[in-house]
Ligand binder design. Structure first.
Ligand code: IMP
Ligand code: MG
Length: 185
């Protein structure tokens, strides 16, 4: 008998980036970070909650001494647009002074969140400060932000999966996809 139970997968219109493509790319980024920071220690600052899956897979490809810390941010306002006003919901546990910091993000869209975080963290005097994002929605950029490691460039569409949510759902999908339009209605 056919299984007709509705699943999250039924809400997905299109898979933009497959699980295999994501994993392959993460292995490449991890290898680059290992080369770039050979002989050093690094501090990964992951931005909750979207970067969670990316972080977990990425660090398994980084064969260097590393520590992890978390920031939780939210931009004021609901919906699928970043308002540009960033609020820190959870700050780092430790100081970053004199450390090699790599910010790990799920996606850079307008660039406002990252711009805010870069300004904030620079003031704390890290030895180096780099940015690693899984996705780059470059077409939508409003503020020019330096990005050192990019997984994939994505088109101007709202994407979910692999950590990214729509109203807190779909984070657990192992791929990056686009939802069916009726989901947003
Ligand atoms: P920005 O400040 O406009 O660059 O937005 C960054 C944040 O908005 C990301 O860290 C995500 O949390 C969220 N975001 C932007 N685009 C998307 C998307 O397509 N899907 C899910 N979240 C998104
Ligand atoms: Mg985010």
């Amino acid at each position: 008998m056919l299984n007709t139970t509705p699943t999250l997968y039924d809400d997905v219109a299109e898979v933009l980036i497959s699980e295999e493509q994501i994993q392959q790319k993460i292995a490449e980024i991890g290898a680059r970070i290992c080369t770039d920071f050979a002989g050093e220690q690094i501090l990964i600052v992951a931005v909750l909650k979207g970067a969670l899956l990316f972080l977990a897979d990425l660090i398994r490809h980084i064969d260097l001494p590393l520590a992890i810390d978390f920031l939780a941010v939210s931009s004021y306002g609901a919906g699928t647009e970043s308002s540009g006003v960033v609020r820190i919901l959870k700050d780092l546990d430790e100081t970053i002074e004199h450390q090699n910091v790599i910010i790990v993000e799920d996606i850079v869209d307008s660039g406002r969140t990252l711009d805010y975080l870069l300004r904030m963290l620079r003031q704390r005097n890290p030895a180096t400060l780099h940015v690693c994002t899984l996705l780059d929605k470059r077409e939508r950029r409003e503020i020019d932000v330096p990005i050192d490691y990019v997984g994939f460039e994505v088109p101007d569409a709202f994407v979910v999966g692999y950590g990214l949510d729509y109203a807190e759902h779909y984070r657990q999908l192992p791929f990056i996809g686009v939802l069916k339009p009726e989901i947003y209605e």
